[in-house]
Design a protein around this ligand. Structure first.
Ligand code: GLU
Ligand code: MG
Length: 437
């Protein structure tokens, strides 16, 4: 068949969807300057394709400008055309970042961290996903047989990620039915979020090319475990030296790390609407699911919202480089850029407020009474998306981190998503999210 190869320029939008337009690859140089036209109201297209209330209506024009550094080209060698896409930034016609461009929002948050903390963020997104329809075969948790059944998929995915410019780390069978986990190496700044988008799309495409469907929906069945996104973070100074670890602290946190984590914990209940942004995200954020239910810090504890991760070395230099913590209250309904922006702003706020290094939780918080929790300074995370949106919209410090007008657009978008789900029971809601993510 004749062919003029196309490349798709994309934004990772408020719905956590990768949306954009394509043009001939041959025009890439021209498009790197000129971009493609984009419509403001597109930001209100929910994950179910309903259009939420939009302040922009039919008006306005924007540009989606590809970033040559964020281009992916993968030849699956399966007889089909190579997959080509490139991430970009949305600007107004004068070239100024648009208020709802998630990538620009993340870049601004990282700039704030640079300013207040003097450090660069290094991050990696750890993803869980499931194949549809799931086959709940007993005995498959972490099992060789279940891995071997998906070996061909895992090997194709590893190759696709590598061609896409990511460094794949591990592929494993997770605990849940037909649930797998894929990790890749950390990167600096916004590139970590770019890589998360690429990883999600390449995982879905690898599955589709093999006649399968992979979903990153936050949870498929409330009786089982969810699909988490754990965001690993550490810091380096401008000269590249690590700045996360301090051997003098019992849990290893440098004062900067401690204030950053304290900021996350302080603002967690108000940012979770951005990091776990679907209706069913709140079925996952419940105790004893190894996700996150309280604003607590754990030392290697998988029930904590923020967890200090293990290091595999004892040599001081390697410990300093490997030492990292992860944010566990995220899922793949969130744009990686927006989720990371919210976390970085909360951390930067913690640094600005010179918050003290938080203490590590050593008990099961779900066993404490509400008054006991309050006495110890813990907050139960919102139990539903409407509650999470109220906490976000009601916290002027948090909404103030984002461009003018963004919080209102975001809440209207999410309320539109909720309206579409009205009348559907839990199973129907999970099924709808399974299809869209
Ligand atoms: N599936 C769990 C989640 O929803 C995470 C399990 C793990 O610790 O890897 O976050
Ligand atoms: Mg896992």
């Amino acid at each position: 068949m004749i062919s003029n190869p196309l490349i798709f320029v994309a934004t990772s939008d408020i719905a956590g969807k990768t949306r954009g337009k394509s043009f001939p690859v041959a025009d890439l140089d021209k498009r790197l300057k000129r971009g493609v036209g984009w419509t403001p109201t597109n930001v209100q297209i929910t994950c179910f394709d309903a259009i939420a209330e939009s302040p922009f209506g039919a008006l306005g024009d924007l540009l989606l400008i590809p970033d040559a550094e964020a281009a992916v080209s993968v030849d699956f060698e399966d007889g089909g055309p190579p997959e080509r896409f490139v991430l970009g930034d949305i600007t107004d016609l004068d070239g100024e970042p648009w208020s709802c461009c998630t990538r620009s929002i993340l870049k601004a948050a990282l700039e704030r961290l640079r300013r207040v903390g003097g450090v660069e963020l290094v991050a990696a997104f750890e993803h869980e996903f499931q194949f549809l329809p799931t086959a709940p075969t007993p005995g498959q948790g972490y099992a060789f047989g279940a891995f071997a059944r998906r070996r061909a998929f895992g090997e194709a995915l590893m190759a696709a990620l590598e061609q896409g410019g990511l460094k794949p780390d591990t592929f494993m069978k997770e605990y849940g039915p037909d649930q797998y986990e894929i990790t890749n190496d950390p990167s600096r700044g916004h590139v970590a979020a770019d890589h998360a988008v690429m990883l999600r799309e390449l995982t879905r495409q690898t599955a589709l090319r093999m006649g399968e469907t992979a979903t990153f929906a936050p949870i498929l069945d409330p009786a089982s475990v969810g699909n988490g996104v754990h965001i690993h973070m550490s810091f380096v100074r401008a000269d590249g030296t690590p700045a996360t670890h301090d051997p003098a602290h019992p849990a290893g946190m440098s004062p900067l790390t401690g204030s950053f984590i304290a900021g996350i914990l302080k603002y967690l209940d108000s940012i979770v609407a951005l990091t776990a942004p679907s209706d069913i995200s709140y079925l996952r954020l419940t105790p004893h699911r190894w996700s996150a239910a309280f604003n607590n810090l754990g030392f290697r504890d998988r029930e904590a919202s923020v967890r200090i991760c293990p290091v595999t070395s004892t040599a001081p230099d390697s410990v300093a480089r490997q030492y990292n913590f992860e944010y566990r209250a995220a899922d793949a309904a969130a744009s990686p850029h927006l989720a990371l922006a919210a976390i970085v702003h909360a951390g930067a706020q913690g640094i600005e407020e010179t918050l003290a290094i938080p203490s590590v939780t050593e008990e099961d918080l779900s066993l404490l009474s509400p008054s006991e929790l309050e006495k110890r300074g813990y907050v139960r995370l919102p139990k539903s998306l409407p509650e999470a949106l109220d906490r976000f919209a009601g916290n002027p410090t948090v909404t103030g981190w984002f461009p003018e007008g963004f919080a209102k657009v975001y809440c209207a978008h999410k309320r539109g998503e909720l309206a579409w789900l009205e009348g559907k029971d839990t199973a129907e809601r999970c099924a709808a999210y399974a299809k869209t993510y």
